[in-house]
Write a protein that binds this ligand. Structure first.
Ligand code: DGL
Length: 274
């Protein structure tokens, strides 16, 4: 039997499962390997150097498990580590492997949604401080005005299953009020964190009905499908057995319980130590 060559999907924890879910929905034929670095999550408030080292270690693990193509399904890691990995580590150590992130696919299309030219970005402290979204959006849509808001309480709310609590209402409203105080013309908001789609219903309660809320799952899935079409040499490195293997750096029991909320299906993970 030929050895599996799964597409690797990495996140600091559970959030990337919202992206994997959409990728699998669009392309169920491939083999996938998900790695959540739950033991060291969240990455959101960590320094550039730490996020880079952790992300590189996880990407190396996925390469060692026979992935040739890895998706960093975490905004914080995409913002802080992806460029270095693509420009320094891959050419030096793995010239035949590829690593893609979640920020670029979103910034490539955001301009198609905004009529006012005012776009909001919500993310972790790390993602917002990196300025990755305004920098990337400028490349594709220089005419857009981008306003950002860090929402450091949102990931803990989701991770602690407090999505429907009064506390969630309070913090979601507070951050949205802060964002709209920067511009009342915002008509498109990017959910720049893989946890935030789970708060989408709560967010919709606090924004005008005609505002566009962009979640990354479907966008990244479509972008990956396009990538595989444009890069047949990489597509040939992805085996098609319709399997999904889940790995976590923390306890399997904890992961399985929480992961099903993000993935929408039962998940059985294996522990991976570093
Ligand atoms: N997955 C991360 C992101 O998309 C959020 C969780 C974390 O802070 O590690 O930014």
């Amino acid at each position: 039997m030929l050895q599996k060559q799964p597409i690797g999907v990495f996140d600091s924890g559970y959030g990337g499962l919202t992206v994997l879910k959409e990728i699998v929905k669009k392309m169920p034929e491939y083999d996938y390997l998900y790695l959540g670095d739950n033991a060291r999550a969240p990455y959101g408030n960590r320094s550039f150097e730490t996020v880079y080292q952790y992300t590189l270690q996880c990407v190396e693990k996925l390469f060692a498990m026979n992935c040739s193509l890895v998706i960093i399904a975490c905004n914080t890691a995409s913002a802080k580590a992806l460029r270095n990995i693509q420009q320094v580590d891959l050419p030096k150590k793995h010239p035949d492997k590829r690593v893609l992130g979640v920020i670029r696919p979103t910034t490539e299309i955001v301009g198609k949604y905004s009529k006012t030219g005012h776009v909001g970005v919500l993310g972790t402290k790390g993602t917002i401080a990196s300025n990755s979204y305004p920098i990337e959006i400028e490349k594709f849509f220089p005419e857009l005005n981008v306003y950002q808001e860090a929402c450091p309480m949102w990931v803990p709310l989701v991770e602690n299953n407090e999505i429907n609590s009064i506390a969630a209402d309070y913090f979601v409203k507070q951050n949205l009020d802060n964002l709209f105080a920067k511009s009342d013309k915002i008509d498109t908001i990017i959910l720049g964190c893989t946890h935030y789609p789970l708060l989408a219903e709560k967010i919709k309660k606090h924004i005008p009905e005609n505002l566009t809320l962009l979640s990354q799952g479907e966008i990244v899935a479509k972008s990956l499908a396009d990538y595989l079409k444009r890069h047949p040499e990489m597509e040939a490195c992805c085996s098609k057995g319709s399997s999904i293997d889940f790995y976590t750096s923390d306890s399997e029991e904890n992961f399985n319980e929480a992961a099903s909320v993000f993935f929408g299906k039962e998940v059985k993970s294996k522990h991976l130590s570093f």
